[in-house]
Ligand binder design. Structure first.
Ligand SMILES: [Zn+2]
Ligand SMILES: [Zn+2]
Length: 887
């Protein structure tokens, strides 16, 4: 078992990541039977490469998935990517712009070809990255949302919903991006508080000498006003009902109507009504049958209907309208006003509410069942507080505009007849019009919102609408791990569409992970320049180390701080584990022991030493500790408390296995007696520990596990398929734990005392130990080990000890130091004592000066008193130590 001196993850990580796939280690078989654990990946967008947030998500998923696989579950992690409609189209459009090209010049077909090219590149990068970080997906089941079978599922769902009346086409007010030239769903609009103005405009009332004052933040829209509204409860204006107002600048007579749109408590209590450019006015317009006059077009310019303002950009028109009103003396007042401006999430252009004909999904009927699913806990959110977020949105759900004026995506399965305008929704292109028989049919040019297809992801990827074996075995899936930012976009829609299409909730649990932040707890962003790129740090520290650094901070409900320091410590941890293996493997070779590895499928019980016929204390202890670490790790992973699992395993490896067990075993190997049992116990303990660590650090553990001989043929080919260590009541050995605790306490006391006396830690010292009861027994039985590890020569004392002593309720320990060192130690102590006494005297002098004291705040006086008592206590300790030295 040759092992390199230095831990170099770069040398073996690429090998194992390939090997796992070539060997089909992560391949799930629907026929295998058994308890099922299945999970679909939140498909990353094919917009580039994966960032650290993805790596966190994939690492957490991988830990859970590997853990289930090792527990013997029929485990599937289904991977894939998302075409990500608008996001990907924009990336490609930007690339084209760099080449001086425009998609409209290229035409739809050529453009789509370019996007597919890009998809290939980005998809390959993503897959390569996931393989690199050890994501244990079943790549034979990889999917892309635009795959033929998934597109078939999309059409099937669209047609079914349409036939049920849950999809309709309608003229509605939508959020429109004049830059992207597409409708946006409410969720694709971000709102920003912006300083704007409220313009108060006078509208003369015809046939009277009165005016009505309306207020607006968008004066240019007045050009499209078709009414003025007052409230029927508002006595101030009631007599004007039925009359008309004269719309300034347009010279149009518009009715004065009664509508709740006007709030007597707000502003003047009068509002203008622009049905074509405001969602609330649109509704009011429907109530009163008002004409809709569209004065702003899809590109954000004024239409012919805007009269002399036609052709102007909407913001230029605003300026001109205000100027002209001012000239006419029709501006009553202008006040500063904070408003919530909606912007396109993708390009930040101010969104324009426009009326257009779009496809919608009726959400209320779908939402009801999805609410019940979570209320009845058939789906559980972890942490639980996300449930509230989910309900808030679901209770206020609005119809979902699913058509997008894009080219990249699933084309809407609707065909328009050129002759009679009939619209046919169908799974396949119809040959002729169902109404007039014309063959002049054209498919709707729009595509579906990207979340429509990802909403079907948990079942479309398993073969739905066919009742495949995969669908029967792996659906509903067990768990979803994702970010909070897509609870509405994605999680809620999967729940609604899953229940609607399959009759089952698509998953049982949803674990919402945190965000990655830097050392100052700031979000990582390109503009701040604090981004940690997995492509940079994984080669630097090793994938395993980055995984561990992420997990150690991944407590549910909190964000994760990731720093170079953390990754460095994690690499040190990997190093330490590597060195423990090196010690075991190389000593074994030196001692000429036959290579041996335990069979991980059987619980190993430490063997008795053939000389003493007992199981060595350190072996009893380490197996008991392994057992309790297994208990902690299983409980923690089962509850997605990744930080607890990582910390427990870290503590075990570093502070128990490496710091104590290996040190104790070193001494045994020097004794050179009864070696076989010692070796087997040590190797079995290490092998078990590797399996505990495997889900967290898959590469290092596979590498070391494979180096352990597999002479016990029949063991699994990979540690990834070996059983995860489980807690067993019989494996707990509290006596051994208690005894090693005493041993550790005595060694710790020697180290502390040595440090107190400022003795050279490398030099052996002499000392005396007075131990009581059980401690005496342990100390006597393990004296050589204590002496070797603590570098001390101990004599047992019958009487309790005084002087330079460490005492616990179980023992006193004193160290002797060479005369020269005692002299130096005494000098140091005397100097410290002198300083303390000076400080005390100094304070006393101040206390004595009443004038000075009278000016001091009570807080300061209090802290002075505190300081004084600390000095006195410290001085007493040093005096006692000095007394001890003179004895
Ligand atoms: Zn936009
Ligand atoms: Zn027709």
């Amino acid at each position: 078992m040759q092992i390199d001196k230095i831990y170099e993850p770069q040398r073996f990580e690429p090998h194992w990541s390939r090997w796992w796939i070539d060997q089909g280690i992560f391949h799930a078989s629907a026929k295998a039977g058994g308890r099922v654990f299945s999970l679909v990946i939140p498909p990353p967008n094919v917009t580039g490469s994966l960032h650290m947030g993805h790596m966190l998500e994939h690492t957490e998923i991988d830990v859970v998935v590997r853990w289930h696989r090792m527990r013997g579950d029929n485990t599937l992690w289904l991977p894939g990517t998302d075409h990500a409609g608008i996001a990907t189209q924009m990336v490609v459009e930007r690339k084209l712009a760099e080449e001086g090209l425009d998609r409209r010049q290229m035409g739809r077909e050529k453009f789509e070809e370019r996007v597919w090219q890009w998809k290939q590149e980005s998809g390959d990068t993503i897959k390569r990255q996931m393989i690199q970080i050890g994501a244990s997906c079943d790549w034979s089941r990889e999917h892309f949302t635009l795959d033929a079978d998934l597109s078939r599922a999309v059409r099937e769902v669209f047609v079914r919903l349409y036939e049920k009346g849950l999809i309709y086409r309608g003229q509605y007010m939508v959020n429109w991006c004049p830059r992207c030239l597409t409708a946006l769903s409410d969720l694709e609009v971000t709102h920003e508080e912006t300083q704007g103005h409220l313009w108060h405009i006078r509208y003369p009332v015809n046939g009277t000498d009165r005016v009505l004052v309306v207020a607006t933040t968008r004066p240019e829209t007045m050009l499209g006003d078709t009414a003025v509204a007052i409230n029927e409860m508002d006595a101030r204006y009631l007599d004007l009902h039925g009359k008309t107002a004269q719309l300034p600048l347009m010279d149009r007579e518009i009715p004065i109507i009664l509508d709740d749109l006007a709030d007597p408590e707000f502003g003047t209590g009068v509002v203008k009504v622009t049905p074509a450019h405001d969602p609330n006015d649109f509704e009011a317009g429907r109530r009163h049958n008002l004409p809709r006059i569209k004065v702003i077009d899809e590109t954000g310019h004024m239409t012919e209907a805007a009269g002399r303002y036609a052709g102007l950009d909407r913001f230029e028109a605003r300026k001109r309208v205000v100027e002209d009103l001012e000239k006419l003396g029709l501006i009553a007042k202008i006040e500063p006003y904070m408003l919530n401006v909606g912007k396109c999430q993708r390009c930040k252009t101010i969104v324009e509410p426009l009326i257009s004909t779009q496809w919608f999904v009726k959400m209320k009927p779908l939402a009801e069942k999805a609410i019940t699913a979570v209320e009845s806990k058939r789906i559980e959110f972890i942490p639980e507080n996300w449930t509230k977020t989910y309900f808030e949105w679901m209770y206020n759900i609005r119809d979902w505009c699913v058509s997008r004026q894009l080219w990249w995506g699933h084309r809407i399965p609707a065909w328009h007849c050129g002759k009679c305008q009939e619209i046919m929704v169908a799974r396949e292109a119809p040959a002729s019009c169902a109404r007039c028989g014309s063959a002049e049919l054209e498919q709707d040019p729009d595509v579906l919102d990207t979340w429509f297809s990802s909403g079907l992801w948990p079942f479309s990827t398993l073969g739905w609408p066919d009742q495949t074996e995969d669908l029967q075995v792996y659906y509903p899936t067990s768990l979803l791990i994702t970010g909070f930012d897509i609870i509405f976009f994605w999680v809620a829609r999967m729940i609604m569409l899953g229940i609607e299409c399959t009759g089952h909730e698509p998953f049982r649990q949803v674990y919402i992970h945190g965000l990655i932040r830097d050392a100052e707890r700031q979000k990582m962003s390109k503009t701040k320049g604090n981004v940690i790129d997995p492509l940079v740090v994984t080669p630097k520290y090793g994938t395993d180390a980055v995984r561990l650094a992420l997990l150690i901070g991944a407590a549910p409900g909190t964000d994760i701080v990731l720093t170079e320091n953390r990754m460095e410590s994690a690499r040190n941890f990997a190093n330490k584990t590597w060195n423990a293996a090196r010690f075991l493997f190389s000593n074994m070779e030196r001692s000429g022991v036959e290579p041996w590895a335990p069979d991980p499928r059987r619980a190993y019980r430490p063997e008795a030493d053939t000389e003493t016929l007992g199981v060595p204390l350190e072996d009893r202890w380490i197996f008991s500790r392994l057992n309790s670490c297994a208990e902690q790790a299983n409980a923690a992973i089962g509850q997605y408390r990744f930080h607890e699992a990582a910390q427990a395993i870290w503590h075990f490896f570093w502070h128990e296995f490496c710091d104590w067990y290996v040190e104790l075993k070193k001494l045994r190997f020097q004794e050179n007696t009864g070696l076989d049992a010692h070796w087997r116990n040590a190797l079995a303990a290490f092998e078990t520990a590797l399996r505990l660590l495997h889900p967290v650090m898959p590469f290092l553990t596979e590498e070391l596990w494979q180096r352990m001989s597999d002479s016990s043929s029949g063991r699994p080919v990979s540690i990834a398929l070996a059983p995860y260590p489980q807690y067993s009541h019989e494996a707990a050995d509290l006596t051994a734990e208690r005894e090693v605790q005493v041993l550790q306490d005595i060694v710790g006391a020697v180290r502390d005392l040595r440090a107190d006396m400022k003795l050279d830690p490398g030099k052996r010292v002499s000392g005396a130990l007075h131990a009581r009861g059980k401690a005496l027994q342990v100390a006597t039985a393990n004296l050589p080990a204590i002496e070797a590890i603590a570098k001390v020569k101990l004599s047992f004392s019958q009487a309790s000890l005084k002087g330079a002593v460490r005492s616990t309720h179980e023992f006193d320990l004193a160290l002797e130091a060479p005369a020269a060192e005692i002299g130096a130690h005494r000098k140091r102590l005397e100097k410290e004592l002198e300083q303390l006494e000076k400080n005390t005297a100094n304070l006393d002098a101040q206390f004595a000066n009443e004038q000075v004291m009278a000016k001091k705040p009570a807080k300061i006086i209090e802290s002075m008193r505190q300081k004084r008592s600390e000095y006195v206590a410290q001085a007493a300790k040093i005096k006692a130590a000095l007394d001890g030295l003179s004895e």
